[in-house]
Design a binder for this molecule. Sequence first.
Ligand code: HDE
Length: 727
Amino acid sequence: MPKSKKDDSSENSESIKIDDLVQDTQSNEGELLTTNQGLKVNDDQNSLKAGSRGATLLEDFILREKITHFDHERIPERIVHARGTAAHGVFRLYKSLGDVTKAGFLNDTSCETPVFVRFSTVAGSRGSTDLARDVRGFAVKFYTQEGNFDLVGNNMPVFFIQDAIKFPDLIHAVKPEPHNEIPQAASAHETFWDFISLMPESTHMIMWLMSDRAIPRSYRMMEGFGVHTFRFINEKGESNFVKFHWKPLLGVHSVAWDEAQNISGKDPDFHRRDLWEAIENGAFPEWELGVQIIPEADEHKFEFDLLDPTKLVPEELVPVQRIGKMTLNRNPDNFFAETEQVAFHVGHVVPGIDFTNDPLLQGRLFSYTDTQLLRLGGPNFHEIPINRSVVPVHNNQRDGHMRQQINSGKVSYHPNTLGGGCPFQAGIKDGGFTSYAERIDAKKIRERSRSFFDHFSQATLFFNSQSQPEKDHIVDAFAFELGKVNTQEIRVRMLGILSMVDKSLASHVARKLGLNVPKPEMPINKSIPADGDPNEYESIIVKSSLEKSDALSMMGTKKDSIQTRCIAILVADGVNEMSVDAMTKALTEQGAKYQLIAPHQGTVMSANDKEIAIDQSFLTAASVLFDAVYVPGGTNSVASLEAEPDAIHFINEAYKHCKAIAADADTMQVLEATYFSKKLPTDLNDRKTEEEGLIIEDDIAVLTKSFIKAVAAHRFWPREKARKVPA
Ligand code: HDE
C-alpha cells in the first residue's frame, strides 16, 4: 500500500480541508516502482528491444504507458491569470456579522474556515516573470460548512471596463500581439494603449496600473479587493451592499520599476519564492478581511454608481470594518494538483452572500465555469481534490469525463418516488440557497446607464491622493509605457485622456515623450453604440467631493516592522566578526532574514580567524533581491570589497533603489568607491550631514537600532533625482 500523508500527519491536523486532501496525497518514500496498473517494474532504464541494439518493440506496454502519460501532461493554461502561486490557510472571524449576513462562516467566531489562496499576474503566460507591471489576482476559496465560497479578487479595487462584453477585447489588447507573440507579460505595447486610449472608462484603473501597486514587493504585502459590490443577506432576508477588502498585516509595499525589471531577469520567481519561503520559515502571511457595508437605502447616495466596477467606495465615506483574519500556513504538496487545478468561480457563493447587477460581475458569473470546462477537461472538475467542498455533494448530475463519484441506485432525476424523493430540496431553514428577490422593472435594452458615464473623477481622486514620489512614479510609468508605443496618434490620444485627470500629469508625461498635450477634448468612448451620441459624455463630468483619500496612497502604510525583510551583508576575508554577529542577532530578533554575500562561496576568515559560512557570492546574488544592505568593517574585508566591482555595483544599485544601507565607520573606503560618495557625511559626528536611510556608525548598538528603523521605512524615495512637479 502506498504510504499516504495521513500516516505521518494525522495527529497534526491543520484543517478539515487538509485532512480531506490527505486521502489523495501520496508519497513514494520506501516504495517499489509500479506501472499505473500497479504492476511492479523491474527495469525503468531500458525499453524492450529486438536485440540490445534495437529496434524497439511495440509490445513494450511499459514504455508506451510512460510516454503516453507524458505526452498528455499539459492542460491549457488559464486564458488570464495563467501565472500564479498558491497556499493553504485558515480564516478566523473576529466578530459575528449576523445582523447583516446569514453566511455561517461570518457568524460563528469559533469556527476556523480552511482556505486556499491563489495569487497571480494577469497578462503573462505560465512561465512569465512575477515582476511584470500588472494587476495581481487575489483569489480565495473558503471551504465553508455551507459549501465553497470563492472571493475572486484583485490587488486593485477597480477594473478596466464596465461591461463583461468588453473583456475579450481588453485581454486581446493586453496579451502579446497575435502576429509575433511579443511582448510577454507587459502592457507596454501598441495594441494595449490603442484600446485604452479609446476606452475612457479604463482611466481610473490605468492610474492604479501605472502606480507602484502594479509592482508589489511581495504577495504578502499587497491589499486585495473583491472589486464588485456584492450583497449580504441576513436571516430576515434583508440586503446590504458589501465591498470586500484584504488588508495585509505587513503593510502595503512595492519595489521600484527599474528594480522590478532587474528582478525579472535575476529571479523571475521572486514572488513565488518569497511566499513559499515565508511559509516554510513559519512566517505565515496574514491579512485581515475588511468589509464596507452600505444599506440598501443608501444605494443612490453616492456621486457614482455602486454597480460601476470602475469606481471604489472611498474609505472616508464608508469605513472598512475588519472582521477576521486569514493566515496562510501551508504550502501545497503539488503545484499541478493544487495550484494549477484549482478552479475559482465568482458564482461559488453561500447563503447570505449574493450578487448585484454590476454588468461585469454578471458576465463573470458565466465565464468561470465555462473556462474550467476547457481547462480541466469536463464537468467533473469539482471532484478534483483541491476543488472538492468539505461538505458532501448530492445531486442528480451524472457521468462525464473522469467521473470519480460512484452514485448508487437507479434514480438520477427529480422529482422521483423510486428514490424516496432524494436528494430532497433544502428549505430555507435547512440552509437552502435562495436568490435575493430584487425587484426589477425594466425594458430589455442594450445600453450603458448614464450613472456609469463619469470616467475621470476617481482617477483624479487617486492621483491627488498620492504622495509626490508616488506621483513621480506614475509619470515615469506612463512615459515608459507610451514610450514603447510607436503610433503617434495613440500617444496623443492618451495624453488627451491624462489631461482630463490632471493637467500636470499630462504635461509631465508629454514632456518625456517630446510631445505637446492636445487641446482638452472629451474623449469618445467607442463602446457606445455606433449611432449613440458621444456628446452625452460632456454633461456628466463629475468632480469628486473628496479632495483626497489617504487609503489610496501607500505612503501611510504600516512601517513598524522588518519581519521577513531580507538583508544582504557584504563580507570578505578579514571581516569584523563582532559586527556581523551583532547585526545578524539584532535582525533575527526582529524577525528579518539575512544572507552573507562574499566574493566567493564557501567560507571567509574573520579578522580574528574565525570561519564564517557564506550564503551567496556576488555572482549569484543581486541587490534587487534584498531589502537593504549592511557592510561590516574589518581592514582586509573593506579593501577586498573596494576592489570588487560587483560589490560596489551591489551597493550602488541598493542606493539607486532607495534602500536602507548601513555600514561600520571603518568602511569609508568602500563607500567612497560608490556613485553616491558625495552624499557621505564629511564628519561622522554630525548626524545632520547623513542622507536618510544611509547609516554610518562606529557604535554597533546604535547602528543596528537605526538600521532596523530604516529597513522598516522600506524606501527613501526622495533619494530619486529631484523633479519639478507642480502640485
Ligand atoms: Fe477574471 N477570469 N474575469 N477577473 N479572474 C479568470 O477563470 C473573467 C475579473 C480573476 O487564480 C478566468 O479560471 C471575465 C475581475 C482572478 O485561478 C476567466 C471578466 C476580477 C482570476 C476569467 C473577468 C477578476 C481570474 C481565467 C470580466 C477581479 C484567477 C481562468 C467580465 C475582481 C483565478 C479562470 C485563479 C480568472 C474571466 C474580470 C479576477 C476566463 C469574463 C473584475 C483573480 O474565467
